[in-house]
Design a binder for this molecule. Structure first.
Ligand code: IPM
Ligand code: MN
Length: 365
């Protein structure tokens, strides 16, 4: 069996962390199934080389692949580019072209990393949240958008809009994944103010009727932000529209103490897209100190959701825990006298070693 993986390293630390993720994918696939990798340009790097943050060929090749693995895009040198040339425009463009509308972002508080969290351990304990962020609608893509000038009055505007079917399809994903977890969905909205949220809530209530075994609760986005830091352990699946999900998932990533460690998977479209949650971190790019564990965990999600290789996905996730358990930390994580500081490549190599010595993958047939 052969799978084609389109690799979009992008900008900043994207290339260095993606390299480690690809190494890990090669290792777990060896002798089991074949992976063909193809590197493609996106973001600021693509602007420099091809004059576009998303060259057409990148889109074509991604659409012809079995899964897309992304690094990160963006950086200060590209901030002053016009909107059409911004690296982020390339990212939104590939999301739209691939069509995945449900972005799964797990945020898990690992005991080993509690000292990295700004929260007290007793508050953080047990937090294990899966965000289902709607990724193709809301203010990110809504029309009309733009700037306007009326006399002396200059305005900027966006439209937060959802159709019934857009809410339905992402709500189904949330309820389905909740079934495999603790069977609870918290739907986030701002229904006390926004019509778009009132529609969101109505539709989620309708969809919930098909999942009587899953408990549904609604929470306003502001109080959800508060509850995330006061009782993060009280959530299971959090379903949110695009912008709310963007904001809340960063908050959750920070409170688990491991922004550099969190993966994401975007499903539901023609080809699934996998990207770590962390950005391009231009300040540390090229120094060999970036944490590759977010990218490596993203590779695990790719195996799980696109290649249906649960066993190999788990092997990677356990290897990550093993390496952390052995006391290795990248510079973004606290490292006391009991921990050893490791660079990007070393961390990748340690994960590889943990996989090959781990008992999680049975001997090859
Ligand atoms: C994310 C990022 C992106 C987003 C940016 C880079 C466009 O913040 O994936 O969360 O807002 O979706
Ligand atoms: Mn974000």
């Amino acid at each position: 069996m052969t799978f084609k993986i389109a690799v979009l390293p992008g900008d900043g630390i994207g290339p260095e962390v993606t390299r480690e993720a690809v190494r890990v994918l090669r290792a777990v696939s060896e002798g089991r199934f074949e992976l063909q990798f193809e590197d493609l340009p996106i973001g600021g790097t693509a602007v420099k080389q091809f004059g576009s943050p998303l060259p057409e060929r990148t889109v074509e090749r991604c659409l012809a692949s079995d899964a897309v693995l992304m690094g990160a895009v963006g950086g200060p040198e590209f901030d002053s580019l016009p909107p059409a040339l911004k690296p982020e425009t390339g990212l939104l463009g590939i999301r739209k072209a691939l069509g995945g509308f449900a972005n799964l972002r797990p945020a898990i508080a690992y005991d080993m990393l509690t000292e990295n969290s700004p929260l007290r351990p007793e508050i953080l304990k047990g937090a294990d949240i899966l965000f289902v962020r709607e990724l193709l609608g809301g203010a990110y893509f809504g029309q009309p958008r733009g700037f306007a000038n009326e006399g002396a009055l200059r305005t900027g505007f966006n439209t937060m809009i959802y159709s019934v079917s857009e809410v339905e399809r992402v709500a189904h994903v949330a309820f389905k994944v909740a079934r495999d977890r603790r069977k609870k969905v918290t739907s986030v909205d701002k229904a006390n103010v926004l019509e778009v949220s009132q529609l969101w809530r109505e539709v989620v209530i309708e969809v919930a009727k098909q999942y009587p075994d899953v408990k549904l609760e609604h929470q306003l986005v502001d109080s959800c932000a508060m509850r995330l830091v006061t009782a993060p352990g009280s959530f299971d699946v959090v379903l949110a529209e695009n912008l709310f999900g963007d904001i809340l998932s960063d908050e959750a990533a920070a409170l688990t103490g491991s922004l550099g460690m969190l993966p994401s998977a975007t499903v539901g479209g023609k080809v699934n897209l996998f990207e770590p949650i962390h950005g391009s971190a231009p300040d540390i790019a090229g120094k060999g100190i970036a944490n590759p564990l977010g990218a490596i965990a993203t590779a695990a999600m790719l195996l799980r959701y696109s290649l249906h290789r649960e066993q190999e996905a788990r092997a990677i996730e356990q290897a990550i825990l093993q390496v952390l358990g052995a006391g290795y930390r990248t510079a973004d994580l606290k490292h006391g006298s009991n921990e050893r500081l490791a660079g990007t490549e070393e961390m990748g190599r340690l994960v590889l070693e943990a996989i090959s010595t781990g008992s999680t993958i049975p001997a090859r047939a």
